[in-house]
Design a protein around this ligand. Structure first.
Ligand code: AKG
Ligand code: FE2
Length: 285
C-alpha cells in the first residue's frame, strides 16, 4: 500500500538519468521519473520553495489525520515546551511509530523532486508531526531556517548542506488557522544572520494559504514561519519530513524508538538497497 496523490496537482513530469562515476560498482545508472517540470525544479532552486496545492485526496487526508491522532495519543515523548518560538505539540520519528508514515518512505511526489535536486542517493531525514489548537496560546513559530551550520567566514572548501523539507498540511491553512510565511530566495543568504525571537513581517515575504492536503517543499535554509492559530480556527496538523544526500547526517530531534518500524523493516531479508539508502544505512562510502 502506498499513500495516494492527485495526479492533477502535478503540472508535468520529466525523466532524469544519472550515471554514477564509480568504476568499482560498474558505473551504475539510476533513472528518476521526476514528478515536476524542469521549470518547477529551476524555480525551486531559485526561490527555495515549491507549492503542491491539493496533493492528497480526501481519503488519504483522513487516514493520515487518524494515524497522527492515534500516534500522538499513545506517545510518551511529545514535545510541548517550544514556547512562543515553536508553539504546538511536536511528535518525532513517526515512521518508527505508525505504518502509514513508513509507507511514505518512497513517496514519489516528493522523493523524485529531492532526487532531481540532490542526486539519486538520498536519505529521509526525520518524520515529525506538529499540531496546533485554536484556543491554546503560542501556536506559532518564529522566523527560522533549519540548516544552521554555516561558518563566517566561509572556508574555500566548505560544503553547505543542501536539504529539502516537506511540509504536508492535513488541515486548511487559513488566516484563522495560521498560514505559512516564506521569504523567497532567502535560502541563498549564507552571509546574513537571522536572530532568534523574530516575528515581524519580512520584506518580500509570501503568505501561503492552502487547502488541507497541500504540500510546501522548502530548501532547508529557507526563512519561514508559521502564523498562529486563532480562536474560531480549527485544529492545524502537519507532517514535516525531509531529504538530504545519503552521506549527510540525519535529523537530531527526538528519541528514536528502540525497535521501531524502520529498524524492523531493515531486518527483512527482501529489503532493497534503495530502501536501505532511504533509511540512511547505505549510499555512502
Ligand atoms: O507549522 C508550520 O507551518 C511550519 C512549522 C515549522 O516550520 C517547523 O516546525 O519547523
Ligand atoms: Fe521550520
Amino acid at each position: 500500500m502506498s499513500v495516494a496523490y492527485h495526479d492533477s496537482a502535478i503540472p508535468g513530469r520529466h525523466t532524469l538519468t544519472y550515471r554514477i562515476r564509480d568504476a568499482h560498482r560498474g558505473f551504475p545508472v539510476r533513472q528518476v521519473d521526476v514528478l515536476a517540470t524542469p521549470e518547477e525544479i529551476a524555480a525551486l532552486v531559485r526561490d527555495g520553495y515549491l507549492v503542491r496545492e491539493g496533493l492528497l485526496p480526501p481519503e488519504e487526508i483522513a487516514r493520515l489525520r487518524a494515524a497522527l491522532d492515534e500516534t500522538i495519543a499513545r506517545d510518551r515523548h511529545l514535545e510541548t515546551q517550544g514556547g512562543k518560538s515553536f508553539g504546538g505539540v511536536f511528535i518525532r520519528h513517526l515512521m518508527d511509530k505508525h505504518p502509514a508514515f513508513l509507507e511514505m518512505l518512497d513517496w514519489a511526489p516528493t522523493l523524485s523532486i529531492a532526487r532531481a535536486l540532490l542526486g539519486p542517493s538520498v536519505e529521509v531525514r526525520g518524520f515529525t508531526g506538529r499540531v496546533c489548537r485554536p484556543d491554546d496560546p503560542n501556536q506559532e513559530t518564529e522566523w527560522h531556517f533549519h540548516q544552521r551550520v554555516i561558518p563566517d567566514p566561509v572556508p574555500p572548501l566548505f560544503s553547505r548542506p543542501h536539504t529539502l523539507d516537506v511540509l504536508l498540511y492535513l488541515d486548511d491553512l487559513t488566516d484563522l488557522n495560521g498560514p505559512l510565511c516564506v521569504v523567497p530566495g532567502s535560502h541563498r543568504r549564507t552571509d546574513r544572520d537571522l536572530p532568534t525571537g523574530v516575528f515581524d513581517d519580512q520584506p518580500g515575504q509570501v503568505v501561503l494559504r492552502l487547502p488541507a492536503g497541500s504540500a510546501v517543499l522548502t530548501h532547508g535554509s529557507l526563512w519561514h514561519r508559521a502564523l498562529p492559530t486563532q480562536p474560531g480556527g480549527t485544529m492545524r496538523r502537519l507532517l514535516l519530513f525531509g531529504y538530504g544526500p545519503s552521506w549527510l547526517k540525519a535529523s537530531i530531534y527526538g528519541e528514536k524508538p528502540k525497535d521501531g518500524l524502520t529498524t524492523q523493516f531493515l531486518r527483512r531479508p527482501d529489503i532493497s538497497e534503495e530502501t536501505r539508502e532511504l533509511l540512511g544505512v547505505s549510499g555512502y562510502m
